[in-house]
Design a binder for this molecule. Structure first.
Ligand SMILES: Nc1ncnc2c1ncn2[C@@H]1O[C@H](COP(=O)(O)OP(=O)(O)OP(=O)(O)O)[C@@H](O)[C@H]1O
Ligand SMILES: [Mg+2]
Length: 344
């Protein structure tokens, strides 16, 4: 369990103080993959660096596995940090060392004997799929393989927590998927808590259980990923979600709908479902019950952590009273219903 309690971080800038984090509170349950997303400059890297006190917060406390890191002596902090591994966007490998020796480095530094190093490193290379590449140098392997080395190195000291700062941002989509699958596997097999910093909602969708949205140093929204996807509340979340689920209609369609709505007929609705709601014939039932005319303009059915998720844009025509009743009924069925106001 990681607790970030009332954490604020100020830096001295050329024009006075920069408040990179403002009273951040987050609880990260053990064994979860927890995503932190935000735009550039939101404070993500600063936040992840405060978790292992690479940056000491100006105010607040960090508690990792019941130890308050912010009040430890430097010797105890060094010890506590061994439970926290970290991986980076640019891998940070040593070019003069082989794959094996890069992974072995933290163990060498900790004074571990050669035989024990081998007994630790070889299974890790197996775990990340790099057994055949163990004697190569970083210049002789691909970006995805470099990140696998970074992951194995982070796991060498048997951490309980893995911090990842944009670990897939330098990789192509296919390699990103493979690395995220690997992180998920490690999370499950080693019961490792993973804190994943990213600016891509796709990464959150693929691998995270829970997400917190950071904007200008503040947590503006957090919760289970599927709930945030169903009902994003903050405009930054909506904007970031735009990459993976359509929040708006394609422009040509939008123009036609606007024309239609200008005549005063119809309501443009966004319906979002999860779980069984996607499979049940909720829509046809609504149409029958309320004698409405439903025109599906745009739709998407997806899966988030094994749970079905659907989002539809619907033009509902018919008696306005019945449309209102239908909206209420849909909500009773667990569908998130929103009247889209941004069609002008
Ligand atoms: N050591 C520092 N000294 C002064 N200002 C800093 C320092 N580190 C970060 N900042 C400032 O704090 C704010 C948050 O930076 P941070 O690197 O945490 O953002 P980020 O969300 O990781 O952005 P990106 O997505 O671009 O990596 C920025 O305004 C940045 O300029
Ligand atoms: Mg950053």
């Amino acid at each position: 369990m990681i607790e970030i309690r009332n954490v604020s971080q100020r830096f001295a800038g050329p024009q006075g103080w920069i408040e990179a984090l403002h009273n951040v509170n987050l609880t990260i349950p053990p064994g979860e993959v927890f995503g932190i997303i935000g735009r550039s400059g939101a404070g993500k890297s600063t936040l992840v660096r405060t978790i292992n006190l690479l940056t000491r917060p100006t105010e607040g406390d960090i508690v990792v596995n019941a130890r308050t890191l912010t009040s430890l002596s430097s010797a105890d902090l060094r010890e506590a940090r061994r439970e926290i591994g970290m991986i980076f966007q640019h891998f940070n490998l040593l070019s003069s060392r082989t794959v094996f020796d890069n992974v072995a480095l933290p163990l060498e530094l900790a004074g571990v004997k050669r035989a024990e190093i081998e007994a630790t490193v070889l299974p890790l290379l197996e775990l990340v799929g790099l057994t055949a590449q163990k004697d190569r140098y970083p210049s002789q392997i691909s970006g995805g393989q470099k990140q696998r080395v970074g992951i194995a190195r982070a796991l060498a000291s048997k951490p309980k927590v893995l911090l990842s700062d944009e670990a897939t941002s330098a990789l192509d989509p296919e390699t990103t998927r493979a690395i995220l699958d690997l992180l998920r596997k490690i999370n499950r097999e080693l019961n490792l808590t993973i804190v994943m910093i990213t600016h891509q909602m796709e990464v959150i969708k693929q691998v995270c259980d829970r997400v917190a949205v950071l904007d200008a140093g503040r947590v503006v929204e957090s919760g289970p990923v599927i709930d945030v996807f169903l009902q994003p509340r903050h405009e930054v979340t909506r904007a970031l979600l735009g990459d993976v689920i359509a929040q708006e209609l394609p422009p040509a369609l939008k123009a036609r709908v606007a024309e239609h709505l200008a005549k005063g007929s119809g309501h443009l609705l966004r319906l979002a479902f999860k779980g069984t709601g996607v499979d049940q014939p909720v829509l046809s039932e609504t149409i029958r019950r309320f004698e409405l005319d439903f025109n599906i303009l745009h739709g998407q059915i997806d899966e988030i952590q094994g749970q079905a998720f659907g989002s539809l844009a619907v033009l509902a025509g018919g008696d306005p009273v019945k449309v209102a009743q239908a909206m209420a009924w849909l909500r009773e069925q667990g569908v998130v219903v929103e009247e889209l106001s941004h069609v002008e």
